[in-house]
Design a protein. Structure first.
Length: 136
């Protein structure tokens, strides 16, 4: 997959003086059905997460609170995204290496995923990922 297919999706935002509301429906605002939700929180300053690619998984990454950066790499090009809005999500396609860093204090990173957790779906070694990219 190429980095060009990854993009920031603007999610619906129902503005209200009582507080804003955003919703995400599988297959509607995002191009996959949601099978799993996980979130990163209590991330210490300077920590890095990610450092892997997925063979078949599609994900949407949302900064629910605070901010952080996501670096995406398709084997040919790298791009850094700064996420800091709870009404935006970064769509990450399969076969994209990702690294997350620059977490602000108290930030929460929510990830919607198209499949259940499967360790077999991971490339955790960058050289293995690059080898697989070149095979395609
Ligand atoms: P990992 O995917 O490496 O985290 P990161 O978001 O930093 O890339 O997962 C960290 C650990 O948590 C690893 O042992 C696998 C486990 N894990 C699950 O059991 N279920 C999940 O849905 C996820 C995302 C991770």
């Amino acid at each position: 997959m190429t980095l060009a297919l990854c993009r920031v999706i603007d999610l619906p935002k129902i503005s209200d003086p009582r507080g804003n509301l955003t919703f995400i429906e599988g297959g509607r605002q995002i191009p996959f059905d949601i099978q799993r939700v996980y979130y990163l929180y209590d991330v210490p300053g300077g920590a890095e997460r990610g450092g892997h690619a997925h063979k078949g998984l599609t994900q949407l990454i949302v900064a629910m609170s605070g901010s952080f950066d996501v670096v995406l790499d398709d084997g040919g090009r790298r791009q850094r995204f700064h996420l800091n809005r709870s009404y935006q999500g970064l769509l990450v396609c399969p076969m994209i290496w990702r690294e997350l860093d620059n977490f602000s204090s108290g930030s929460v990173c929510m990830v919607l995923a198209s499949n259940l957790y499967d360790e077999e779906d991971y490339y955790r070694n960058y050289d293995d990922f690059m080898h697989a990219v070149k095979q395609r």
